[in-house]
Design a protein around this ligand. Sequence first.
Ligand code: HEC
Length: 258
Amino acid sequence: MKINMFQRMIAGLMMSASLIAPTYAQDDLDNPAWFMVDDGMALWETPNGPNDVSLEECDLGLGAGVVEGAFAQLPRYFEDTNQVMDIEARILHCMETIQGRDLVDVLAKPYSNAGGPGTEMEALVAYVASESNGMELATPQDHPAEQAAYELGEQLFYFRAGPHDFSCATCHSQSNKRIRLTELANLTNDESGPVFGSWPAYRKTEGVVRTMGWRLQSCSRQQRLTQLQIGSEATTALEVFLAVNGAGAEITAPGYKR
Ligand code: HEC
């Protein structure tokens, strides 16, 4: 059938509209991240390591074994380590102390390659975060160490360095900005909430679930700096900064991104 001018025009318009406003997952059933949530739950409950125990006794901040609602209050201060820890640092801590595992393998490859099957860490983070879905982001600022982490995060966010003299703020401190077609939220105010609350997320361009730890590592690379390390003090501090700025937002994790 011959396509007439009018049909061509409509098709062109539809194409540009879908480029400008990509149709993201409308509900949970459209988001492949939920498969990772299932994998993560199974991993959480499966005995592992020399101690042959599961992670079910892991204390994510709300008491040993409580997963529901824990992600909404991370990163937070933990008395047993005397540290502010994010979700990834805490999972690593539980693998080491409860399961008795040597973390060399996990640390060698915490995040998968694009198109990969996903790592244990990605699945566990997806599961734990999903158990706070629909709740309010409520990262605590009660302990002095939590307040100090916020201050450090703020300093790092505005710290300019690298060959282009970029800081996080160079790309993330104004509203209504884009790079190409990607929206860049202002992470210095409450716009940060929906962003923080939507990670971990399935990245459709990569076909894998990505965590906030990965996102920050990847952005430090965009900043042309040494890559941030999983669960590090700097990563955690930046997360505290983002989460506290966005306090009160609804957690929609696992999210779905371009
Ligand atoms: C050179 C510009 C640039 C710099 C510098 C940069 N980012 Fe990003 N950031 C981006 C881009 C572009 C994206 C979106 C990437 C994508 O969609 O693939 C992004 C995405 C993000 C997101 C997820 C946003 C969302 O909507 O889900 C967060 C959080 C983030 N960056 C934090 C940071 C932090 C913290 C730093 C400093 C350590 C930083 N970025 C440095 C460009 C930058």
